[in-house]
Design a protein around this ligand. Structure first.
Ligand code: CU
Length: 80
């Protein structure tokens, strides 16, 4: 699940965040689902082992929106 990027949609922004608290594929699915609900988010890629979440979007997405979505899913964004 690491490192593949096959975005066909127009991606203008790609940012990697670190999410803490994910322990299994269910957590990954929850976070992915919440992040996809943000306007403009085209692709979400999660590396469970490191907590790295890469968000590709067709428009810039505010960090606070990402933080809120991650919290809605029940996890936290690591301070970076
Ligand atoms: Cu889980």
């Amino acid at each position: 699940m690491t490192g593949t990027q096959e975005g066909e949609e127009t991606a203008v922004a790609q940012t990697t965040y670190t999410v803490t608290g994910m322990t299994c594929e269910h957590c990954v699915a929850s976070v992915t689902e919440e992040l996809h609900e943000i306007d403009g988010v085209a692709q979400v890629s999660v590396d469970l082992a490191t907590g790295a979440v890469t968000v590709t979007s067709s428009q810039p997405v505010d960090d606070e929106q990402i933080r809120a979505a991650v919290q809605d899913a029940g996890y936290a964004l690591a301070a970076s």
